[in-house]
Design a protein around this ligand. Structure first.
Ligand code: HEM
Length: 193
């Protein structure tokens, strides 16, 4: 499964670029093209969400796994419950490698990342380094509240909802939209001619 990560990351990055371009076309398109553009936009956005979910679901870590990867040669970051391997990004990070190493050593880089106020292009860039997520992630400020959790900034807990109890409507939506797009491009356009 792990070998599909780079491919999914590339797909997500390309989809995000196309999404941005479609957003721009949407604003300047004539009314007749709006339906076509809306459909393409919806399908692409849904595909992006699904790919990101798959990437995060494929590999699960515990919060303590991140503490094993805090060096220059092997550096992971935990941000919003997702795990990023930024080893190859250390040299290129505009904020320098030291801040990334410190954030990695802290166990949870979420607050440090948010405090800087990164741009949306930084967030897009992150997807290229995503390697999984922490099962039952609890944000640092949430984990610190109860006294029993005060000794650590990050804790791993069991998910409150069992995986079987949640219905995910996204795949169904994608199928419906794909059929609508197919119908529009084949049957509907032929009728117009
Ligand atoms: C995968 C994770 C990260 C990525 C992809 C990333 C990417 C970037 C990028 C692209 C910038 C340029 C400014 C912008 O576009 O926002 C930046 C700036 C910066 N980043 Fe990160 N960053 C990451 C994690 C972190 C973390 C955990 C910290 C911890 C403190 C951090 C600290 C900074 C700082 C201090 C700057 C410089 C801000 C400035 O000079 O205005 N970054 N980062």
């Amino acid at each position: 499964m792990i070998e599909i990560y780079p491919k999914l990351s590339t797909i997500v990055a390309s989809q995000r670029t196309i999404n941005t371009q479609l957003d721009a076309s949407f604003l300047s398109a004539p009314t007749s093209s709006l339906f076509h553009l809306s459909l393409s936009l919806c399908v692409l956005k849904l595909c992006t969400i699904i790919c990101e979910e798959i990437m995060a679901e494929v590999k699960k870590f515990s919060a303590s796994d991140v503490f094993l990867h805090t060096t220059r040669d092997d550096c992971w970051l935990l941000i919003h419950g997702k795990v990023y391997d930024v080893t190859k990004f250390l040299d290129d990070h505009p904020g320098g490698e030291d801040v990334l190493l410190q954030a990695s050593a802290s166990g949870d880089a979420t607050d440090a990342f948010e405090t800087v106020g990164h741009s949306s292009s930084a967030e897009t860039m992150m997807e290229g380094y995503l390697i999984g997520s922490v099962d039952g992630y609890v944000a640092p400020h949430m984990a610190a509240e109860p006294a029993s959790r005060a000794s650590s900034s990050v804790k791993t807990i069991k998910p409150a909802v069992s995986p079987t109890s949640s219905f995910n409507p996204l795949p169904l939506l994608v199928i419906v939209l794909a059929i609508a797009a197919w119908y529009y491009f084949t049957v509907f356009s032929k009728n117009k001619e």
